[in-house]
Design a protein around this ligand. Structure first.
Ligand SMILES: C[S@@+](CC[C@H](N)C(=O)[O-])C[C@H]1O[C@@H](n2cnc3c(N)ncnc32)[C@H](O)[C@@H]1O
Length: 444
C-alpha cells in the first residue's frame, strides 16, 4: 500500500489497511457513535461558524479547515470525543479517550495509527470527514490543512472542501436522473482522498447495484493522495469493486484503450489562479497556474475520447475565469463540436479579479499584496483580459445534439454585502436545498 510513496518522503504514518476486521470494527464504532455527515455538518454549522474562532491562516475553502481548541467538559460521549479528535484536530488526554471510547477501541485506534500518542495525550494525524448516501456513510480520511511537520506541503492531500461537496451534489443529480443507466466504469480524475469515486460507489450500492461488475479508476499526480485513497476504499469496505490507483499527470498514464472508456468521469482539478511571480507554489491540490486553467485544459482535451459514446458523462467542479464566456471556453478545450455542455454557477459567487485576489492572497498567506496578485492573474494567453472568476459545475455528455450548450445562473438570494469575518466561509448555495433543486432541474 505504501508502494506509491517515493523513497525521499519522510515516514508518514498512514493507517494500515490490511487488517480488514479491525478496520470494520473501527468503522462500525464511528457509525454507532452517530458520526454521520448530517450530524457532523450540524455540529460544524452550529459550533464553528458562530464562534468564528478558527485557526488563523487557515480559512481556506472548507468548513473543515480549522483547528479548534474547544471546551474540555464537552468530551463526554463517543461522538464528542471522536469529533474533537477527527473533525476539530484536538489533542485529548488518553484517559478521556480510553474511558469514553472504551479501552479496546482506543487501543485499536492507536495500533492502526488513527491516533498518535504524545506523552499522556493523543491526537490524530488525519481528519475524517463522513459522507452519507442513503443509509450508508463513508468515512474519508484526509490530511489536516495544518500539516505534520515532516510532510512537504505540496504532498498534502486536500481536506474535504465545499468544492468537493458540490461535486457530490451534482453526481447525485446525475445518478438520480431518470436516464441514468447501469454504471460499470468510473474515473475519479484528480481524486485526492478519493471522496468522489467513493461517493459514487456508495450511490451504486444504494441503488442495489452489485459492485463486482464495477471498475473505478482513481487518478492523481500526488502519490500520497493515492495511498490515502487506497486506504479509504479499503476502510469503507468498497474493495468488491475493481478499484485501481494510477499515478498520472492528467491522462498521460491512464490506459486509453477502447475497452477502458468510462460511463462517468468525476473531476475536481486544481484551479486556483496564482501569479507567476509567486515563488512559493501551492499544494498540488490547488495550483492551477496563472489563469487557473492549466490542468483543466489538459483534462478536457481528452475527455470525449475517454467517455463511452452516447452515454458517457463528465462532471466537474472548478473555477473558470470570465464566467459569461465559460461554455465557449469549455468548447475550445474540448477541441470538438461534439459533446453537450452544461454549466451552472451561483450569481453571488462571481468575484471580480480584485475581490478574488484579495481573498486568495489572504487565505494563502502570500507575501504579495493583493493589487500585485490581481495584476498577475488578469490576463491569459488563451482568454485575454480576465475580469472575474467563479466556481462552476460542468456537465459534458458525449452526445451530438443541436441544443448543445447551456449556461445556468442560480441566485442564492444571499446578501452580497454581508462581510464574513476572517476564518468564516459563507454558506454554499449549491449544497442547500434550493441549489440542489436548481441543479436537478437544469443539469440532469
Ligand atoms: C482540488 S483537489 C480535489 C481532491 C478531491 N477530488 C476532492 O474533491 O476533494 C485536486 C487534486 O488534483 C491532483 N492533481 C493536481 N495536478 C494534477 C495533475 N496534473 N494530474 C493529476 N492530478 C493532479 C492534486 O494532487 C489533488 O489531489
Amino acid at each position: 500500500m505504501a508502494s506509491f510513496l517515493p523513497q525521499h518522503l519522510p515516514d508518514i504514518p498512514l493507517p494500515d489497511p490490511t487488517s480488514t476486521s479491525s478496520l470494520r470494527t473501527i468503522h462500525d464504532f464511528f457509525l454507532s457513535s452517530f458520526y454521520t455527515q448530517e450530524k457532523c455538518t450540524q455540529l460544524l454549522d452550529s459550533y464553528v461558524r458562530p464562534t468564528r474562532n478558527w485557526g488563523k491562516g487557515w480559512d481556506g475553502n472548507s468548513f473543515c479547515n480549522h483547528q479548534e481548541k474547544h471546551v474540555v467538559e464537552w468530551n463526554r460521549t463517543p461522538f464528542q470525543v471522536l469529533t474533537a479528535l477527527f473533525l476539530f484536530g484536538e489533542e485529548l488526554s488518553e484517559d478521556i479517550c480510553a474511558s469514553v471510547l472504551s479501552p479496546s477501541i482506543f487501543e485499536l485506534l492507536v495500533s492502526h495509527k488513527f491516533l498518535k500518542r504524545k506523552y499522556v495525550s493523543c491526537y490524530s494525524s488525519h481528519q475524517i470527514f463522513p459522507v452519507t448516501v442513503g443509509s450508508r456513510t463513508a468515512l474519508i480520511l484526509t490530511d489536516w490543512p495544518f500539516l505534520d511537520e515532516s510532510l512537504p506541503s505540496q504532498f498534502a492531500v486536500m481536506p474535504v472542501g465545499y468544492d468537493s461537496l458540490e461535486l457530490t451534489v451534482i453526481s447525485e443529480v446525475n445518478v438520480s436522473s431518470s436516464n441514468a443507466g447501469e454504471c460499470s466504469s468510473i474515473c475519479d480524475m484528480c481524486c485526492g482522498s478519493g471522496i468522489q469515486g467513493i461517493h459514487y460507489l456508495l450511490q451504486l450500492v444504494s441503488r442495489n447495484q452489485n459492485l463486482s461488475s464495477v471498475k473505478c479508476k482513481f487518478v492523481d499526480y500526488n502519490p500520497r493522495a493515492l495511498s490515502l485513497c487506497e486506504f479509504n476504499v479499503a476502510f469503507n469496505g468498497l474493495s468488491s469493486a475493481s478499484c485501481s490507483f494510477v499515478k498520472s499527470d492528467c491522462w498521460s498514464d491512464v490506459d486509453a484503450s477502447a475497452d477502458s472508456k468510462f460511463d462517468v468521469i468525476l473531476c475536481n482539478p486544481p484551479f486556483v489562479a496564482i501569479p507567476e511571480s509567486e515563488e512559493e507554489r501551492l499544494h498540488y491540490y490547488a495550483d492551477g497556474g496563472v489563469d487557473g486553467n492549466n490542468a483543466i485544459k489538459e483534462i478536457f482535451k481528452e475527455v470525449l475520447p475517454r467517455l463511452k459514446p452516447l452515454t458517457g458523462v463528465m462532471l466537474m467542479v472548478t473555477e473558470l475565469p470570465n464566467v459569461s464566456t465559460s461554455t465557449s471556453q469549455v468548447r475550445r478545450f474540448l477541441a470538438s463540436e461534439e459533446g453537450k455542455i452544461k454549466i451552472a454557477y451561483v450569481k453571488e459567487d462571481v468575484e471580480t479579479i480584485e475581490e478574488y485576489s484579495a481573498v486568495r492572497n489572504d487565505e494563502m498567506g502570500f507575501k504579495t499584496d493583493a493589487k500585485k496578485y490581481a495584476k498577475g492573474i488578469n490576463k491569459s494567453e488563451d482568454i485575454g483580459v480576465i475580469i472575474d472568476r467563479a466556481l462552476v459545475l460542468i456537465r459534458v455528455e458525449n452526445v451530438n445534439s443541436d441544443d448543445d450548450e447551456g449556461l445556468f445562473e442560480f441566485s442564492s438570494g444571499q446578501d452580497e454585502d454581508v462581510e464574513y469575518e476572517f476564518g468564516a466561509d459563507e454558506p454554499d448555495a449549491f449544497i442547500g436545498d434550493a441549489g440542489r433543486s436548481f441543479l436537478a432541474e437544469v443539469m440532469k
